[in-house]
Design a protein around this ligand. Structure first.
Ligand code: PLP
Length: 331
């Protein structure tokens, strides 16, 4: 991404160190549990860059320059919903019984990636995402002494790297998506009696989510919306559902079996401040079809209006879409 080498920040949790590398050169031990078992967790944060990005909460490198001849100051940037992401990261770690992710190391890693990306960005680029992750580390059968001798961390390790916002993702924010429902295969609220299913943790085991997205595309749709066996709508493979009913914004209860979205929370905060009612509740496909507007919300794409569900047209509320974008960017 950008004109520079793509940065990668590597965290050795046990040693308490962060080092930067080039993403294109990255080497990852194949015996890491993240690779063969999906034993890890991640977050993806959206970063806005540019004069308006630092308005509400300037990030560390933000600088207001008044001297025209001064060397170019780093462009201000802002990590959206930064706290909510890290809190969810900690909750996911607890659910998988991973070590509590050290905040200072992850902050350092994310900042290193952002600083390198921002320094190399074209002025025309105003946003990108950063993904950070934590793995349990090497599998028990690995020869840890050999790995340690080679300088490879043997315990929990983390990493952070940037991801571009693609033109397709940016366009979907206004153009919208066509969605089909897909069976999630479990009853709503199953997670409450089956915590080992890790429902609601943001793990690196995303093969099912990826397969659902591919299945939706193979059916000619842009997106999937998971429905529980007992008929409640849950979430998309990488996004939460929000609908408008009158002046209220509604979203499925995370306890029903879905990831509690940071974007949805930011949207609710903005909507409440603007006088809307907001509510977590059980929703069915019929509720979505009858809604006054429906959106998929996620960090990178922010809010994407749903144009149709299973081929049936939905009401599209363009003004509220614009407001959702503003509320999400304000967080
Ligand atoms: N649900 C799932 C399964 C996701 O993977 C994501 C994000 O990637 C979301 C919901 C939306 O979460 P957030 O708004 O925090 O990005």
């Amino acid at each position: 991404m950008g004109r520079m080498h793509t940065p990668l920040a590597l965290i050795d949790v046990t040693a308490g160190t962060v080092r930067t590398a080039r993403l294109e050169d990255a080497q990852f031990p194949v015996e890491d549990l993240a690779i063969h078992r999906g034993e890890g967790i991640f977050e993806t944060v959206l970063v806005s860059v540019g004069p308006s990005a630092g308005d509400a909460a300037p990030a560390a490198t933000a600088a207001a320059s008044t001297a025209p001849a001064a060397p170019a100051a780093p462009r201000p940037h802002r990590i959206h919903s930064e706290e909510a992401h890290f809190e969810r990261f900690q909750q996911s770690a607890a659910m998988l019984e991973l070590p509590d992710p050290p905040r200072a190391l992850f902050d350092e890693a994310v900042a290193a990636v952002i600083d390198q990306v921002v320094a190399g960005l074209d002025d025309s680029v105003t946003e990108f995402s950063v993904r950070y992750a934590l793995s349990r580390g090497l599998d028990a059968h690995a020869d840890t002494a050999a790995h340690a001798a080679a300088g490879t961390p043997t315990g929990a390790r983390g990493w952070a790297f940037p991801i571009s916002v693609t033109p397709v993702q940016a366009a979907q924010r206004t153009d919208g998506v066509r969605v089909i429902t897909l069976d999630r295969g479990y009853d709503a609220y199953l997670g409450e009696r089956a915590p080992w299913l890790l429902i609601g943790a943001k793990t690196l085991s995303y093969a099912v989510n990826q397969a659902a997205a591919r299945h939706a595309k193979a059916q000619g749709a842009d997106e999937a919306l998971f429905v529980s066996r007992d008929g409640l709508v849950l979430e998309g493979p990488t996004a939460n559902l929000v609908i408008r009913r009158g002046d209220a914004l509604l979203t499925p209860d995370p306890r029903a079996g879905l990831l509690h979205g940071t974007t949805q929370r930011a949207a609710f905060t903005g909507a409440e401040a603007a006088g809307h009612r907001v509510r977590y509740t059980d929703l069915t496909v019929e509720d979505v079809l009858a809604a006054d507007g429906a959106w998929l919300l996620s960090s990178t794409r922010t809010a994407v209006p749903i144009l149709s569900l299973d081929g049936r047209e939905l009401t599209v509320d363009a003004p509220l879409t614009a407001q959702l974008h503003d509320w999400i960017r304000a967080a």
